[in-house]
Design a protein around this ligand. Structure first.
Ligand SMILES: O=C(O)C(=O)C[C@]1(C(=O)O)C=C[C@@H](O)C=C1
Length: 301
């Protein structure tokens, strides 16, 4: 359970700067096994967020995919996991939604993080015209599409922006869309930064094995039958109780062709009666319902 003793302001400050005692408390209170899993290799945006939240020199565990991050937490091999869930320019992170459907975990925080994208090259490269191959995560590519279409380079997708950095090392015709932090870690050069099309924010979920009932947001995954009015009936209780919905995505599910799973975030906590009643009513009209618990939503700016 999330302790009420942790003050929001203290936590927000910990993200702006880095507040060691608080981080230790989070780890001690919520994490049985101290390792913190994120989408690796080192230098991804997920890693950057992990450092801003928990500080450096923590038992970080880079994983090959977001699916592996969620699975590691589900199996209790990792105490905490950091998972990108949506971006204001590129939408939902499909891999993360799939993993949250597949593995049953809880959420401790949601963190909105400003992502500044850089065009990263090898040290000796000074001119954009030298670049014929571009590497990055599909989301990062989408977030900088206006800039990328002006480059005369082929696009190559990677599991993460930091994996893209690994791919370009030693190849002067290759560039990556990645972070300055990731570039620095590898002795690569950020030729230009701020190449995203518009102000760019990614939301990350901090996941744990256990679920909480306290916070200002609650996340659900559900399916309804393919009949007129099913989705309307599912959402009606939230409208009636004036509960705002802050995120909704649908994705075809794997059980039946053209059946859909919905990922829904609502602005209420399970501790509250209205929230709980709306959820109970929703449960009456769904064919599948999974509650990932309540958590606090934080912004880094
Ligand atoms: O590849 C990374 O660096 C990640 O942490 C993943 C991810 C994402 O999935 O959206 C996170 C932030 C950026 O929006 C681009 C990529």
């Amino acid at each position: 359970m999330m302790s009420k003793a942790i003050d929001d302001n203290v936590l927000s400050n910990a993200i702006m700067g880095i507040n060691e005692p608080l981080l230790l408390r989070i780890i001690n209170e919520y994490v049985s096994n101290g390792s913190i899993a994120f989408l690796g290799p080192s230098g991804s945006y997920s890693h950057e967020v992990a450092i801003r939240l928990f500080g450096t020199n923590k038992p970080f565990r880079p994983m090959r995919s977001v699916g592996d991050v969620v699975k590691c937490v589900f199996n209790s091999d990792c105490g905490l996991g950091i998972v990108p869930i949506e971006n204001n320019l590129a939408g939902v992170v499909g891999d993360s939604m799939d993993a949250l459907i597949r593995w049953d975990v809880g959420i401790k925080y949601s963190v909105e993080y400003r992502v500044s994208l850089c065009l990263v090259v090898n040290e000796e490269v000074n001119d954009l015209s030298e670049i014929t191959e571009l590497y990055s995560h599909p989301h990062a590519i989408m977030e900088a599409m206006d800039f990328i279409t002006r480059l005369n380079a082929s696009i190559n997708y990677t599991q993460s922006t930091s994996e893209a950095l690994e791919k370009i090392k030693g190849h002067r015709n290759r560039a990556a869309v990645a972070s300055k932090f990731g570039a620095r870690l590898r002795g690569l050069k950020a030729l230009m930064c701020g190449i995203e099309d518009r102000p760019n924010y990614t939301r990350f979920l901090i996941i744990t094995r256990n679920k909480s009932t306290i916070g200002d947001r609650t996340l659900l995954i559900f399916s309804v039958s393919n009949r007129p009015g099913s989705l309307y009936n599912a959402l009606k209780p939230f409208a009636e109780k004036e509960i705002n919905l802050s995120m909704i995505y649908s994705k075809p599910n794997r059980q039946s062709p053209w059946g859909y799973d919905f990922l829904l975030e609502m602005e209420c906590q399970l501790e509250d009666e209205d929230c709980n009643n709306a959820l109970r009513q929703l449960g009456g009209v769904t064919t599948y319902l999974k509650v990932l618990g309540s958590y606090r939503h934080l912004r880094t700016e």
